[in-house]
Design a protein around this ligand. Structure first.
Ligand code: ARG
Length: 580
C-alpha cells in the first residue's frame, strides 16, 4: 500500500485547519509545506504570509489559526508559530516509527502511483549512424534512461524512441565507400572503427571528384528507394546499431532494436507534413526555402526567425523531421507528453518546433512537449573533454577506464574472489559514471573527474553502494529478516533522523519525476545514506548488550534503509550489489 508524501498529508491537514478556523479553502500544495532543519521542527508551513495579504489578517494570526485548528494528533506531536508567521511542525514519534516499519511491507516504499497516468514518448540517446557515440550521446542515454525508469515507476506509460541520424546526404558517400571496400548486399561485413570509416569516406569525397559524383548519384538512388542501395544502407545501419548496442549493454541502457525510430522512419511522412503546413497557411518561401515562422522567435535585428522545412534544393532537413516526430507521436500514436533528451545547444530548435506544432494543431492544450536539455561534460581543464592524446573521447574506452579504476578500489577492500570482484567493479565503475552525470543539475556543464566520481565519501554512487552493502552485511550477520510487524523504537536522535529520512523518499521521487530531474533523487539518496552512516556509528546493533527489541528495531531500520537505497539507485539505472 503506497501512502505518498508526508508533506502532502500535512498540507491536507493544514487546509482542513484553515477551513475550520478561517473559512478559507486552499489546496494541500498551497499550504507550502517544506522540510525544515530547525531544531524541533521536521516540516514548516509557509502559507500564512501569502494568505495574510489576501485576507487582510496579520500573518502570525493566520499561523495561530492553523495551529489552533489543526486536527492531527495522530501525525503531529508539536506545533509552533515562528518568525513572521511560519508554522513549525514536528511529526509524532509513534507515527514516524509506524511508517518506517510499514516501508518493509510496501513494494513501492510509500511512493504513490500516478492517479492519472499519462502517455509519454521519450526520445533519447539518438546517436548518428557511421559515427561513434560521443559524450553528448552518453549524457542523453544516461539521463533518458533514468527518466524512463522514473516515469514508469510513477505509473506512466512510456514509449522510448531512438532518433538515429540515419538519413540524408552523407549516406551517398558512406555507401560508395562501402562499395569500394567490397561490401555487397547481403554480405556479412563489419566495421571495427566507425569514426575511421566515416573519415575515410569524407577524405575521398573531398579529394576525388569522380567519387563525389558517385556519392551524389547514390543519394538520389537512396532517396528513390533503389533496392540494392537500400540493402547496403541497411547493413550500415545494422553495423552501427551493433556498436550502439555494445554501449547500451555496458551501461544497462534499456533501448532495443524495437525502439529505433531513426530519421529514415519519418522520411515518408515529410511530404505530407510540409503540405499540411502549407495548406494551413503557415509557410512562407524565403531565399528559395519553405519556412515556418513560429511566433516569438526573432534574430538580433528583431526579424522573425525561420524554421526551414524544405530546403531550396527540395530536400528536407532536421526541422522537418522533428515536426514529423511531433505529428507522429502526438497524432498517430496518441501520446500526451513528448520528451526529447538532447543537449542544450538544440534548445532553440525544439522551442521553435514545439511552437510551430502548436500553430499547426499537432500539439493541443492536452499535450506537453518538453526539451530535456543538458550541458556538456568538461575535462579537468574546464574545456570539452578530450583524451590524453587530444582526440575526442571514445565512449567504450571511457567506460572501460571507469571499470578499471573501480577494480582498484574494490580490490583494496574486498575479500571476494576475482570473478565476484570483477562483477562488483563493473557495477561500481559504470555506476560512478552514471551517478556523476545524474547527480548534477542536468542543465549545467560538469567536470569529469575520476578521483571525485569514485570517492568513497561524498555524493557518489560508491558511497551509496557502500552504505547499502553495509546494511546487507549487518542483516546477514544478524541471521534474521526484519518484518513490518517489528516495533520501531526511536529512542535516539539518530534513529529518529533515519526514520524521518526514509519516509521522505516519496517526496524525492515525486520531485525528480515532476522536473525530469534525477539529481533531486540523488540529493535525497545522499542525505539518506549520510543519515544512515550517523545512525550506524552511534547506535550499536549486533553487540551482545543490545536488548532484543532494540536490536530488532534497529535491524528493521537497516532493512528499510537498504530497500530505499536499492530502489533509488535502481531508478537511476545503477546496481546495488549486496557485497562490495
Ligand atoms: N542525432 C542528433 C544528434 O546527434 C540528435 C537527435 C535528437 N532527437 C531529435 N528528435 N532531434 O545531435
Amino acid at each position: 500500500m503506497a501512502y505518498g508524501d508526508v508533506g502532502v498529508e500535512l498540507g491536507a491537514r493544514v487546509a482542513g485547519a484553515l477551513r475550520r478556523g478561517l473559512g478559507v479553502e486552499i489546496t494541500p500544495a498551497e499550504a507550502v509545506i517544506r522540510p525544515s532543519t530547525r531544531p524541533g521542527a521536521d516540516y514548516q508551513c509557509n502559507a500564512a504570509m501569502a494568505l495574510a495579504k489576501k485576507l487582510g489578517t496579520p500573518p502570525r494570526q493566520v499561523a495561530q489559526a492553523i495551529v489552533d485548528n489543526l486536527d492531527s494528533a495522530d501525525l503531529v506531536a508539536g506545533t509552533e508559530v515562528a518568525g513572521p508567521g511560519f508554522v513549525n511542525l514536528k511529526l509524532s514519534d509513534g507515527w514516524l516509527a509506524a511508517r518506517a516499519a510499514a516501508l518493509l511491507a510496501d513494494d513501492r516504499l510509500g511512493v504513490d502511483s500516478a492517479a492519472e497516468p499519462r502517455r509519454f514518448a521519450l526520445d533519447y540517446s539518438s546517436p548518428n549512424v557511421a559515427k561513434e557515440m560521443h559524450v553528448g550521446h552518453l549524457r542523453s542515454s544516461i539521463i533518458g534512461d533514468a527518466v524512463l525508469r522514473l516515469l514508469r515507476f510513477a505509473g506512466h506509460e512510456v514509449t522510448p524512441h531512438n532518433h538515429l541520424g540515419d538519413w540524408g546526404t552523407p549516406f551517398g558517400m558512406l555507401i560508395e565507400h562501402l562499395v569500394d571496400e567490397g561490401w555487397t548486399p547481403g554480405g556479412g561485413h563489419t566495421i571495427s572503427d566507425l569514426n575511421g570509416f566515416y573519415q575515410a569516406a569524407r577524405v575521398k569525397f573531398d579529394a576525388d571528384p569522380a567519387f563525389a559524383d558517385r556519392a551524389r548519384a547514390r543519394v538520389v538512388r537512396l532517396q528513390s528507394g533503389d533496392e540494392p542501395t537500400l540493402a547496403l544502407w541497411q547493413q550500415l545501419v545494422d553495423e552501427s546499431t551493433r556498436h550502439f548496442e555494445g554501449v547500451y549493454a555496458t551501461l544497462g541502457i534499456q533501448l532495443t532494436r524495437d525502439d529505433l525510430y531513426g530519421e529514415s522512419f519519418y522520411n515518408p511522412l515529410l511530404d505530407d507534413t510540409v503540405s499540411d503546413l502549407e495548406g494551413k497557411g503557415l509557410t512562407r518561401v524565403s531565399d528559395g526555402a519553405v519556412c515556418v515562422f513560429p511566433p516569438g522567435f526573432t534574430n538580433r535585428e528583431g526579424e522573425p526567425l525561420p524554421l526551414i522545412v524544405r530546403k531550396s534544393d527540395g530536400g528536407y532537413g532536421y526541422a522537418a523531421t522533428d515536426l514529423a516526430t511531433v505529428r507522429y507521436w502526438a497524432g498517430e500514436r496518441g501520446m500526451t507528453d513528448l520528451l526529447y533528451v538532447v543537449g542544450t545547444p538544440q534548445a532553440q530548435h525544439f522551442a521553435m518546433v514545439f511552437a510551430a506544432s502548436r500553430q499547426a494543431g499537432y500539439l493541443t492544450d492536452g499535450h506537453t512537449a518538453v526539451h530535456i536539455g543538458f550541458g556538456s561534460i568538461l575535462g579537468e581543464d574546464g574545456k570539452t573533454i578530450r583524451t590524453r592524446a587530444g582526440g575526442s573521447v571514445k565512449l567504450a574506452e571511457l567506460l572501460a577506464e571507469a571499470v578499471d579504476n573501480a577494480a582498484k578500489i574494490v580490490a583494496e577492500r574486498s575479500a571476494q574472489d576475482a570473478a565476484a570482484q570483477a562483477e562488483v567493479a563493473r557495477a561500481v565503475g559504470i555506476g560512478a559514471v552514471k551517478y556523476a552525470d545524474l547527480s548534477n543539475d542536468r542543465e549545467k556543464d560538469y567536470v569529469f573527474t575520476w578521483s571525485r566520481m569514485l570517492a568513497t565519501e561524498g555524493n557518489t554512487s560508491v558511497y551509496l553502494q557502500y552504505a547499502n552493502a553495509r546494511c546487507h552485511s549487518v542483516l546477514t550477520k544478524s541471521g534474521t529478516t526484519p518484518d513490518p510487524a517489528t516495533e520501531v523504537l526511536l529512542g535516539t536522535e539518530q534513529e529518529r533522523a533515519l526514520a524521518l529520512a526514509l519516509v521522505r523518499l516519496p517526496a524525492a521521487v515525486d520531485a525528480a519525476v515532476a522536473g525530469y530531474a534525477p539529481h533531486k533523487l540523488c540529493a535525497y539518496l545522499f542525505e539518506a545514506a549520510t543519515t544512515f552512516t550517523a545512525f550506524y556509528d552511534a547506535c550499536p546493533i549486533l553487540k551482545e548488550d543490545v536488548p532484543a527489541e532494540l536490536r530488532a528495531s534497529r535491524l528493521a531500520l537497516v532493512a528499510a534503509t537498504s530497500r530505499v537505497l536499492t530502489l533509488g539507485l535502481g531508478l537511476l539505472g545503477i546496481e546495488a550489489p549486496h557485497v562490495l
